[in-house]
Design a protein around this ligand. Sequence first.
Ligand code: GTP
Ligand code: MG
Length: 448
Amino acid sequence: MSDTIVALSTPFGLSAIAKIRVSGPAVKILLKKYFFKENPVSHLAFLAHYKAISGKILDQVIVLFFTGEHSYTGEDSMEIDCHGNPLIIRSILEDLQLFGCRIAEPGEFTKRAYLNHKIDLCQAEAVLDVIHATNESALEISQRQLQGTLSEKIFHLDDALLSLLAEIEARIDFADEGLEFDEKILEKLIETLDKIEKIIHSHKFRRTLLNGILVAIVGHPNAGKSSLLNALLNEERALVSDIPGTTRDFISENISCEGFPIKIIDTAGLRATNDSMERLGIKKTLENIHRADLCLVVVDQNNPQPLEKETIAELGKKTCILVINKMDLEKKSPFLLPKEFQNFPQISIAAKHGIAMDALKSIIVKNIHKNRLLPRDMDIAINERHREIFQNVGDLISSAKNTLENQQSYELCASDLRLALETLGHITGKYNTEEMLAKIFNQFCIGK
Ligand SMILES: Nc1nc2c(ncn2[C@@H]2O[C@H](COP(=O)(O)OP(=O)(O)OP(=O)(O)O)[C@@H](O)[C@H]2O)c(=O)[nH]1
Ligand SMILES: [Mg+2]
């Protein structure tokens, strides 16, 4: 890590300000040569003219220096804020390369932070999750993982396994002294396995957390599906008209329902039609019902119509809520519930006027709980790499437990535990391989 890296950390293009990051041993030399700072003070910004090696002033910039102990990467770093014009950005980057800096690889700043022990590997992965989170809940959990919620759990597991290993090794070392078989060791192994199971379980919810709980709005043309989408979003997102078959392609948007992330999809109305475009839309609706975690089946209270067999079959496999719309209008005749909907929980609304939206959201949340679509109190959501490692650690501890239960050999048990500890260390990066690091950091963008 003897070279100094540089990269643009803000998106390339026109913007008010662009941030160029520099990290490495040459930062102090750079500050002295370019900005005449002999003893730069950490965290203190200053205004300066950026004068290139050629002598040309490239821009007026703000420079912020961080000493190694207090920087993101763990090395001397600085940030240069220039005007967000690609011509300026490019010329500063080129000039810094002439000075001897190298353009950073994707995620190289975060990789240096990890290699300099500023963060561990699962915190580095959390940085990626924080940048990519598309809803509040995913953002909250990735920020907690960045603060170290997962690292802390691993620290405790590591600690528990180490003390178990010490107890077992004592029995190997002092075999002559006839140390009794201790049931407590077995209990502790089972306890540790239980904790690992719980952590692995959090992976099941990761997709739902990242994408949102999929809620599809389906029903006949003109039932008021697009009006419902707009009411839930509180904006005129989808076209609404009294012409049946208005929505062709589906529209999806993210909302939050009592803190749960929801991806809501408005679909094309379901009916028999000869219009080829509308038929394509209906095909997409069926696919969306298939993918959905929950379906809101919208019916017009004065015009409830039977659905086609194929749709009924698809809806039958799903959790559905019957949404009876247009309650603001006078009922023409008693509402006859189509028989395929009779077992659905139901609610009356007036989408056009936003009536009963809170009640509808409450029913949605009730069904999220009932169907265990996403737990309320998640504190971690491990990724596929973590899941694989935890699975392997669990298998090794199970094997240690079985060995002990059959009272075969403390040696075998200890060797499984040693391997489990080493495997666990791959999550935080206590043990790593180049291939593993490349796989993780290549997912980052340049400048992070
Ligand atoms: N009175 C009243 N009219 C409504 C209500 N909701 C929707 N409408 C009207 O019903 C018509 C159809 O509404 P849309 O939201 O476009 O219906 P849709 O289900 O999306 O229809 P398609 O896209 O054709 O499948 C429009 O004229 C809306 O203004 C409501 O709660 N009350
Ligand atoms: Mg519509």
